[in-house]
Write a protein that binds this ligand. Structure first.
Ligand SMILES: O=C(O)CCC(=O)C(=O)O
Ligand SMILES: [Fe+2]
Length: 320
């Protein structure tokens, strides 16, 4: 549960950073272990497909991931916890493991979320893992890939459909590794959630973002965080992330919740009831069912050309 002071801070500034909100042993370590096993599995698969020369099983996680990335294997989609917005195939990889599902339902996280949006909590399917390599190994094709490189300034409402504008969504940015200004931590413009939605463009390398002139960059605040720390923010809070200039990976999850029944902004993806004070039986408890919902969505989306995921058309002169 959050204190009154923390809740007030969130309302006033549009964000709230809390170290040690999650329990490292209970919430974070099982996820790291699950990703180690996932990387084992993926490497075997890529070797079998001829995409990777060896499985690099003697290397530690991060060094192995660098080899995988250098070989051109798309680890960031295979490890992500959502489908892409376009180009979904019947076999597009996605990671839907029980440890990630348990983190989405972490009682420590949900108690804080309940303080912000009440006790009927829906896990919004706009969610990602970002395991970002040192900038020195990133290839040019990924300079604008927000799962690999820095994320441009944006508002989370700006990257969702307008149906979610009235939704009380809260974003939770969870640090798995320590996040620092050097390795690309999140940065926010305090109080920027008070001024409505700002223009977004996709003209800078395809990543949707707010033009620089509309971001009060002199007020930007980097938010360093220890593993298990969480930043909560409002869907209109302007935020982005810095380059990873360190020599290690920067690993975070960004997950979202909204009051059950409100629009998620990505209705083509499945969410679930994470907590219900009124009807606890309606909570989804089964990670396999969660995975099934996503696999069902994948089969459906593979039949279509892509779905609209935002409202912008790049016609504003500021997008030029
Ligand atoms: O971690 C990042 O690079 C960006 C995260 C983000 O945009 C979010 O959490 O909404
Ligand atoms: Fe965001």
């Amino acid at each position: 549960m959050l204190t009154q002071e923390q809740i007030q801070d969130f309302r006033e500034n549009g964000y709230l950073a809390i170290d040690q909100l999650l329990d490292y042993e209970l919430d974070i370590k099982p996820v790291i272990d699950e990703y180690q096993a996932l990387l084992d599995e993926l490497c075997e698969q890529w070797v079998a497909e001829g995409l990777l020369p060896h499985s690099y099983s003697d290397l530690p996680f991060e060094r192995r991931l660098v080899e995988v990335y250098r070989a051109g294997c798309n680890y960031y989609q295979a490890m992500d916890i959502a489908l892409p917005n376009s180009g979904v195939q019947p076999d597009t990889p996605i990671h839907l493991g029980p440890a990630v599902f348990a983190m989405l339902r972490s009682p420590r996280l949900l108690a804080a979320v309940e303080s912000l949006i009440g006790g009927e909590i829906f896990s919004n399917p706009i969610q990602h893992v970002r395991i970002k390599p040192p900038f020195s190994v990133v290839t040019e094709g990924d300079f604008n890939n927000a799962l690999v490189s820095a994320t441009h300034w944006h508002q989370d409402n700006g990257v969702a459909l307008p149906e979610a504008d009235e939704t009380q969504m809260v974003t939770c940015w969870v640090a798995v590794s320590e996040a620092t200004p050097e390795n690309g931590c999140l940065q926010v413009v305090p109080k920027s959630h008070r001024n409505g939605i700002t223009l977004h463009c996709s003209t800078r390398g395809g990543q949707l973002g707010i033009p620089d002139v509309l971001v009060e960059q002199e007020e930007a605040r980097p938010l360093p965080l220890k593993p298990g720390g969480v930043i909560f923010f409002h869907p209109l809070c302007k935020h982005g992330s810095l380059d990873n200039n360190s020599d290690a990976f920067r690993w975070s999850f960004d997950i979202r919740y909204n009051p059950t029944g409100q629009a998620t902004g990505r209705s083509h993806f499945p969410g679930f009831i994470a907590r219900s004070v009124l009807d606890p039986e309606s909570e989804l408890q089964d990670p396999l069912e969660w995975a099934r919902l996503w696999h069902e969505a994948r089969a459906r989306l593979a039949q279509v050309d892509g779905v609209q995921s935002h409202r912008w058309d790049d016609k504003d002169p500021l997008c030029a």
